[in-house]
Design a protein around this ligand. Structure first.
Ligand code: NAD
Length: 484
């Protein structure tokens, strides 16, 4: 085992395990690299106590003092950039370039948080003669962040910098499949001067998540993961009257029109379906081909064949996930779909134990097939053929998800027509992965997100704070007393 068993991080100390552990595998070679604690409700309780104890002192600091930690943390992310990227690749399986891109986005997230003192100033107005009303933002209290496997460094950095800069103290429950990056984040934040108890890490799975949802000391829960679990967490957190924002899975449609630029479309669609081995909630999963676009599809297949597992294509997170993805492909073919590029039965020389699937493109998929409707979460693109833009929109609109959608065309009016009618929160025009960069916020629609507002950007300020409205009258000559 390359790394020793991990510990929870509570009240500034590594420890607090209840003695149960799970092996952590590297998807690159299938080897056990560490062990992660499977924490019980008692451990969650310990972390909540730590976060509650830290809250008064941390929340009373002026925001301009709190944010200093994140200026230093940002520089540490840069200082340890290569090491952090290598750790992501090791535990998640993505390529080193993809891991570097992930750390770069984390840095951008922290940079956004450092602008919060400028962004979240309150408002003041004379609402009646001699009477002024002022609004001020306050932290909510102890908050929790539950994160998925696919971005071990970035998703924790979606929530930690904003929530903590805004004065909250936090319990992070990382994915048990990729727990190493989170512990490294706590080391860097400690080096940056974050006081003990402000960020606590509780490792584990379902039991820890349920204890977080139920704990009366936690005031808000954010979740990023599958729709199935997002629904459970949203309902369970709300049952004990917590604020909750739960981001779920996706089935992103790329609508390709006949006038689309061939080269730009093919390269974008290929990168979108296969980047991070398709394990992105923003990945292209379904392509809706409108009319005669065969030359674009031919070019797309050529592009896909340049994406080589173990070289510029990373691994799948686990053997179970690999089997699930291959099952979708096999079932679609059995149902009559036509496979254009087949990524099954891949062996990567020198990484024989790794969990790899090559890029896979399946044509003649019909909207009723499982592969057309469900989230596959692998480097697999299902192509559906339609004759009109409205038919394409009908397919996109019928999805239960609504994270992202893209349109490829050279026509501004058609792009607008589609962008206005797709039912998704993040839209791309000639862009396959339309992730809004900061300060625009990240969040989908429909069953891709439960709760109001988005998880990053300016929209997240609302989620991580509560508003106090103070009405003041000092001068007795102001006679207005409109409420009496
Ligand atoms: P997951 O739902 O399996 O796990 C997410 C978290 O929930 C983990 O911390 C896990 O320990 C916990 N968990 C798992 N099962 C649970 C249960 N039954 N009860 C309580 N907690 C449970 O998701 P994953 O496989 O880690 O991540 C992939 C999923 O995340 C995909 O569906 C992807 O689309 C989604 N995702 C969404 C976004 C977004 O912004 N919408 C971003 C990244 C990933």
């Amino acid at each position: 085992m390359k790394y020793t068993s991990l510990s929870n991080f509570i009240k500034g100390t590594y420890g607090y395990s209840n003695g149960e552990y799970l092996d952590v595998f590297s998807p690159l070679n299938g080897e056990v690299i560490s062990q992660v604690p499977l924490s019980s409700a008692a451990v969650v309780d310990e972390a909540v106590t730590g976060a509650m104890q830290a809250f008064p002192a941390w929340s009373e600091l002026p925001i301009k003092e709190r944010v200093q930690v994140f200026y230093r943390y940002r520089n540490l992310l840069e200082k340890y950039f290569e090491e952090l990227a290598a750790l992501i690749s090791e535990e998640n399986g993505k390529t080193l370039d993809e891991s570097r891109a992930e750390v770069s986005v984390s840095i951008e997230m922290v940079e956004f948080a450092t602008s919060l003192p400028q962004l979240c100033i309150g408002e003041i107005e004379e609402v009646s003669r001699g009477v002024e009303c002022r609004s001020t933002r306050y932290p909510i209290g102890v908050v929790a962040s539950i994160t998925p496997f696919n971005f071990p460094n970035m998703v924790p950095n979606w929530t930690i910098p904003n929530a903590i800069t805004l004065g909250n103290t936090m319990i992070l429950k990382p994915s048990e499949q990729v727990p190493l990056s989170s512990n490294r984040i706590t080391e860097l934040l400690t080096e940056a001067g974050l006081p003990e108890g402000v960020l606590n890490i509780v490792h584990g799975g379902r039991e820890a998540v349920e204890a977080i949802c139920d704990h009366p000391g936690i005031d808000a829960v954010s979740f990023v993961g599958s729709t199935k679990v997002a629904k459970i967490v949203y309902q369970r957190a709300a049952a004990s009257f917590k604020r909750a924002l739960c981001l779920g899975g996706a089935k992103n449609h790329l609508i390709v029109l006949p006038d689309a630029n061939e080269e730009m479309t093919a390269s974008n669609v290929a990168a979108s379906m296969a980047g991070c081995a398709g394990q992105r909630c923003m990945a292209a999963s379904a392509m809706v081909a409108v009319g005669e676009v065969d030359s674009i599809i031919d070019r797309l297949c050529e592009e896909a064949k340049k994406i080589i597992p173990g070289k510029n294509l990373g691994a799948i997170i686990s053997t179970q996930a690999k089997e699930r993805i291959e099952g979708y492909i096999t079932e679609a073919v059995a149902e009559g779909a036509r496979i254009l590029v087949d990524g099954r039965n891949i062996r990567v020389k020198g990484s024989e134990g790794g969990y790899y699937i090559g890029p896979t493109i399946i044509d003649q998929v019909t909207p009723d097939m499982k592969i057309a409707k469900e989230e596959v979460f692998g480097p697999v693109l299902a192509i559906m053929r339609v004759s009109t833009v409205d038919e394409a929109l009908q397919i996109e609109n019928s999805s239960v998800y609504g994270n992202a959608a893209s349109v490829f065309t050279q026509s501004g009016s058609l792009a607008n027509y589609v962008a206005e009618r797709v039912s998704a929160g993040m839209i791309g025009v000639n862009i396959g992965v339309p992730v809004p960069r900061e300060p625009f916020s990240f969040g989908g629609w429909n069953e891709s997100k439960f709760g109001s507002g988005d998880i990053t950007g300016k929209s997240s300020i609302e989620f991580w704070t509560k508003l106090k409205k103070t009405t003041t009258k000092w001068n007795p000559e102001a006679r207005t007393n409109w409420m009496s």
